[in-house]
Write a protein that binds this ligand. Sequence first.
Ligand SMILES: Cc1cc2nc3c(=O)[nH]c(=O)nc-3n(C[C@H](O)[C@H](O)[C@H](O)COP(=O)(O)OP(=O)(O)OC[C@H]3O[C@@H](n4cnc5c(N)ncnc54)[C@H](O)[C@@H]3O)c2cc1C
Ligand code: SF4
Length: 436
Amino acid sequence: MSKPIPTDRSESVFEDYKHEYDAKQAAVEANRCLYCSDAPCTKACPTHIDVPEFIRKIATGNLKGSARTIFEANILGMSCARVCPVEVLCVGDCVYNQMGVPPIQIGKLQRFATDHAYAQGWRLFEAGAPSGKSVGLVGAGPASLAAAHELRRLGHACTVYEKRPVIGGLNTTGIAPYKMRADRSVEEAEWVLGIGGVEVKTGVEVGKDITLDRLEREHAAVFVGVGLGPDTRLGVPGEDLPGVHGAVEVIERMKLGKLALEGVKSALVIGGGNTAIDGVRELAGLGVPSVTLVYRGSEAQMPGYRHEWLAAREAGVASAFHAVPVAFEGSGRVQRARLVRTDAQKKPIAGSELSLDADLVLMAIGQSTLGQLLSGLAGVLVDKGRIVTDESGATGRKGWYAGGDCRNGGKEVVNAAAEGKAAAQAIHRMLGGKDA
Ligand SMILES: Cc1cc2nc3c(=O)[nH]c(=O)nc-3n(C[C@H](O)[C@H](O)[C@H](O)COP(=O)(O)OP(=O)(O)OC[C@H]3O[C@@H](n4cnc5c(N)ncnc54)[C@H](O)[C@@H]3O)c2cc1C
Ligand code: SF4
């Protein structure tokens, strides 16, 4: 199973940024819902949780029923309640927005119901009658967890191979701690696998410790949910100086243990996406005196969520827009970044160099892809590092399925959960089972 994570972690200093509801607040909010037929909030959710149904059940005091409605659609409903960008999904589509009235706080209500289920120790699902078939799942992130749970409900035995010592994927190692801490993600993963009949092999890297051939021989089907790889690099001089790191790598260190930041006075985070925004908020929250986000476009062109960036600005994070590093310099470790200004098309402007002090730099310009893991398998197509599948998650090789970030190129936890579940149902049909 998962290796225990230390209790004293750098991430532990962060408070929850969205306060949880007490029973009275949840009842008031649930009673505001209009229980729309053809609800847009349900359509906006990739797992199509029946939002009016679960909210109605909270309003009538049926918390167990509410939790069941959520988990039936999305077994990762507890973490999604915390980490989903609801502002651009269900809450963003609530009809109240069009009336100039605050939308229903669907995420907070979902958290109320799912936290209650965890606190009560409710186990809402059982494994199906044994099918005699076994499925191998590569990676123990949200995609594989959702797939394994669904496969167990359908009666198939599962073995999960995870290269890290901990389970939960980026939910454990990447999510900003003010949304969810690592221990909560491991608890969720163990709760999901608590359905029974799933063997978890941590510390096993597929492709290195066990071959694809062997997986194919040992299992009737294989689901690949390996996510994305290490942070990508700019390829500029000085990028290998001590003090210049990948953002996802540093976030993982903060979440699983102690991140040494003593003496760091000014940090730069390079990038304009959600990982960059998480990075600046986390460094500011950990007490780094000066934190600056450096992005090659304008503030309006940032691909990260606007509401998250506004929160970073409120936390005192500075910005350097229309700037891109051309070199990192320092003796022994990084001390400054040399940058050039960019134009409206994000192209460097010649002769426009500037320099910023930095004793820590996080590169948050994207993650590499891992699809090449399957590139030697005849029939499997890999396009720009992504594993190509049909709608259901099936690759071009019989018995091989994929879902989550390695298939969609990097979306959200809720997409990984939806794709993992859909692939499990497709595997079931392929193994001769009736429609789930
Ligand atoms: C910094 C950061 C913050 C994020 N914040 C949010 C957020 O707030 N909300 C949100 O919804 N989404 C967020 N995301 C995105 C979200 O975490 C991912 O979309 C989601 O975790 C994808 O799930 P997955 O199962 O496809 O992959 P992952 O979560 O990456 O899990 C893949 C697993 O496979 C394992 N693995 C890889 N290769 C092998 C191999 N060869 N053999 C065995 N195991 C292997 C990995 O160790 C990992 O545990 C964030 C991502 C990052 C990087
Ligand atoms: S759109 Fe808003 S009001 Fe309508 S069902 Fe969804 S949450 Fe309730």
